[in-house]
Design a protein around this ligand. Structure first.
Ligand code: 5AD
Ligand code: SF4
Length: 443
């Protein structure tokens, strides 16, 4: 039976929104009779779900396409579809570098894939932005044991940060109607999911009608999702320091299921650079936003994103970023070298920072962030924390899960515990996870 079903190989690049989109694509194709295969050589259809955020991400697509080309000359050449943000940004240009691509489909048209695959004439190009339709049906998971799930509530962005390509790939901010979000959340919970992460390019921009026609903001949505039966943990990503509303603060102060880990990208610690990036806050306002969140819930740990070497960034500006990192002390963070993105305002700024300088700054920032991350892990040793178990570990008899602060934990334990929360004593720090023992009281 399996052999008569066509195989699909999906490779995902980029952010959580893309991870979610890839899951949607996979679910749609399953409905069409495809089964997932683990190598491109075994596939009749290859889908590369791409990211355009930095030049490196875009180039990964073309190196993959180069490698996959050989399959096109084999006896059973697969169809190759490029979906996601590079598809939207480059469109037909992809064919100039890789004419063997069969389909180019933007991130807001992926629900059209089944129709496009059935279309008799190929190659196909579809860059429509038909957002409400994309979310029409809730995703049906392919795994009955999935404990955590992503749920996209918002796509696109109106902020216009001068370095960022997202407004041109995902367009203006769109919020899914409340009913559609809640329906998908209920479906996930019925399937056994225990932790939902609400995802968006800027979740704080969420604003949509509820069932009564009233407008619901992000904080209010958190209250609605947290009230659904079966939910143990609620998280969200990514948020913007500008929009920390009173409702959001109230959600952190009063919802025990809302986890105390907040990803709040700052990008730079220098006011001059923040202005040039068109980030609508200063270093002081950012620190105030963190304080407000800490006042709402004292154990919140922060993570962030940083860009080094933005055009015009002086050594002094960079030192201000390091000083901010010292001041905040992050649990975790990502740092990137500024990458010129065609069509963005910052691409044409005159004072581009030379690559060796960017490299050096990135290395010192990453070293500082790593020290803080290790310190954060160490703070937890000896503590007893709640761990939601998600899956089997790498070694026999091990299961793994996450703490409320999203730290990965490995314990010796029965797979029956997957899907439940247990008290775990954290005993040992591994390189990027913690080892623990299930505390007697919760057995
Ligand atoms: N260059 C480098 N990093 C970038 N990011 C966004 N655009 C760029 C760019 N042009 C980073 C930001 C953002 C994260 C998703 O990617 O830090 O928060
Ligand atoms: Fe990459 Fe941004 Fe598109 Fe996500 S939205 S896939 S980070 S370009």
């Amino acid at each position: 039976m399996l052999f008569s079903m066509p195989g699909v190989w999906i490779k995902n690049f980029g952010c959580q929104t893309n991870v979610y989109d890839a899951e949607r694509i996979s679910a749609l194709l399953r409905k069409e009779g495809y089964h997932t295969v683990t190598t491109p050589a075994a596939a009749q259809l290859i889908v590369l779900n791409t990211c355009h955020i930095r030049e490196k991400a875009t180039e990964k697509l073309f190196s993959d396409l180069g490698r996959l080309r050989a399959l096109k000359t084999g006896p059973l050449p697969p169809k190759i579809f490029v979906t996601g943000c590079v598809a939207q940004a480059l469109g037909k240009e992809i064919w100039q570098r890789a004419p063997w691509v069969d389909g180019i489909v933007g991130p807001q048209a992926t629900h059209r894939l089944p129709d496009l695959l059935r279309a008799s004439s190929q190659p196909v190009l579809c860059l429509e932005k038909t957002l409400p339709e994309k979310f029409q049906e809730p995703i049906l998971s392919d795994s009955p044991t999935k404990v955590t799930a992503l749920l996209v509530i918002q796509e696109g962005c109106d902020n216009g940060c001068t370095y960022c390509v997202v407004p041109s790939t995902r367009g203006r901010s769109f919020s899914r109607p409340v009913a559609s979000v809640l329906e998908e959340a209920r479906t996930l919970l019925q399937q056994g999911v225990r932790e939902i992460t609400l995802v968006g390019q800027n979740v704080n921009a969420y604003c949509a009608q509820d069932e009564t026609g009233a407008l619901c903001d992000f904080g209010s949505l958190l209250f609605l999702v947290a009230a659904l039966p079966g939910i143990k943990r609620l998280r969200y990503t990514t948020s913007h320091p500008q929009d920390i509303t009173d409702t959001l603060l109230r959600a952190h102060a009063t919802l025990p299921s809302l986890m105390p880990a907040v990803h709040l990208p700052v990008q730079s610690g220098s006011d001059a650079i923040l202005r040039a990036m068109k980030r609508p806050y200063t270093r002081t306002l950012y620190l105030e936003a963190l304080e407000k969140l800490r006042a709402a819930r004292s154990d919140i740990a922060f993570s962030s994103d940083f860009i080094v070497g933005f055009p015009g960034e002086t050594e002094e500006d960079f030192q201000a970023t390091l000083a901010l990192v010292e001041e905040v002390s992050y649990a975790q963070a990502y740092a990137f070298k500024y990458s010129i993105r065609p069509g963005t305002p910052a691409a044409s700024l005159p004072e581009q920072v030379p690559d060796p300088v960017k490299k050096q700054r990135l290395a010192s920032l990453l070293a500082l962030l790593e020290t803080q991350q290790q310190a954060f892990y160490r703070q937890h040793l000896g503590q007893v924390v709640d761990v939601l178990f998600e899956k089997r570990g790498r070694h026999l008899g091990e299961i793994t899960g996450r703490t409320p602060h999203f730290l990965p934990v490995v314990v010796q334990g029965s797979t029956d515990l997957i899907g439940s929360c247990c008290s775990v004593r954290l005993t040992k720090g591994l390189s990027h996870s913690l080892q623990g023992e299930i505390a007697e009281s919760s057995l």
